[in-house]
Design a protein around this ligand. Sequence first.
Ligand SMILES: NC(=O)c1ccc[n+]([C@@H]2O[C@H](COP(=O)([O-])OP(=O)(O)OC[C@H]3O[C@@H](n4cnc5c(N)ncnc54)[C@H](O)[C@@H]3O)[C@@H](O)[C@H]2O)c1
Length: 386
Amino acid sequence: MIVDSLVRRKTDIDLGVKSLSPIANIFERLQSWEQTGGSPIGFVQLDIATEYERLRDLLAKERPDSIVHCAEQRAAPYSMKNSTTKRYTVHNNINGTHNLLCAIVETGLDIHVVHFGTMGVYGYGGLQRGSIPEGYLEVEIPDGDNGTSRKQILYPADPGSVYHMTKSLDQLLFYFYNKNDRVRVTDLHQGIVWGTNTVQTKRHPKLINRFDYDGDYGTVLNRFLMQSAIGYPLTVHGTGGQTRAFIHITDSVRCVQLALENPPNNQEKVNIFNQMTEVHKIRDLATKVAALTGAEISYLPNPRNEAAENELQVENQHLLNLGLKPTTLSEGLMTELVDVAKRFAYRCDPTRVPCTSAWLDKGRGGEEEVMSATSMIPLGALTAEL
Ligand SMILES: NC(=O)c1ccc[n+]([C@@H]2O[C@H](COP(=O)([O-])OP(=O)(O)OC[C@H]3O[C@@H](n4cnc5c(N)ncnc54)[C@H](O)[C@@H]3O)[C@@H](O)[C@H]2O)c1
């Protein structure tokens, strides 16, 4: 059963932008799934952040074994746009997660929650040494008698946006409800997702996933591949020296399956898995895409308040041990994505490609001009494509 408020579709309308791939309405999608022989999937339209009683009653009625919780506002640039989007992101994400945990406790059900978190909770400091462990850190705390005691703590959160801050706060909610009420939780600290099709969505054209390319919701590698498909220079922010963790969408889905099949028991702490398969510097990704497609690269002022360059090493042994076989960056998969982008290039509004959300306003040290929405558009190239 899918529970969704469909707010993501409304956000598209509010922003005046749409997914590059055409997204059928939810009922057509469910029907298409059944036509391919898939088991029927129920749907309930419900806002988990504001409709607590409906959520609780639904759980009591359906008595699920597991819940995959992805119902959050998920774009960092959107979360940094203005005070309205900041407050919405905090309200939606924190209340949604807390309502879910409360409802599980109030109904007395033993439900395994698998949550989509983010690698961004660890932060991307420039001076990282060693690998980022999976969620927890062993520390020694001074005990006041010149000695120390050892403790395992959540890895210190270092969020880089309001969105990432909500995922950091989610971790504490899980920690508390697990400790107090023995709620079973697996928190997947996911890297940046790329790709658009999975084995399941390829079964019917109407099951195609969203392909967000705009400056708010598009993720970096998908954006580069789409930009190259429409002859738009690749938008690298700053020096492109930011190193980030990535995962292909088929692996993301496989990881959820592995998490569901390997739940913690009631005595175990929250399972935290780093759900990523590789790390890349943004400028290296741009260079790879440029070499593959002949696209130009544009270095633009960075709208984010972040380290210009950072190194990143991440442990991901848990999911590998459970059987994940990483799908890493390959020319074949990148070309497949460029082909999808070319197929739907006619739906692209090039004025929506630049990222216009700025982390800091000018008075607080932000860039004079993040990017003008039209200065980047190579009109000649586009007219030919469109
Ligand atoms: N896409 C990525 O690169 C990425 C990376 C790391 C983590 N994640 C996390 O994975 C999850 C899924 O991401 P996605 O890219 O599929 O995002 P998405 O926006 O496509 O999916 C989130 C869904 O949740 C729904 N939703 C939001 N708030 C809700 C509420 N209060 N009640 C009910 N439904 C609500 C939206 O309508 C949407 O359908 C998110 O939690 C996101 O933070 C995504």
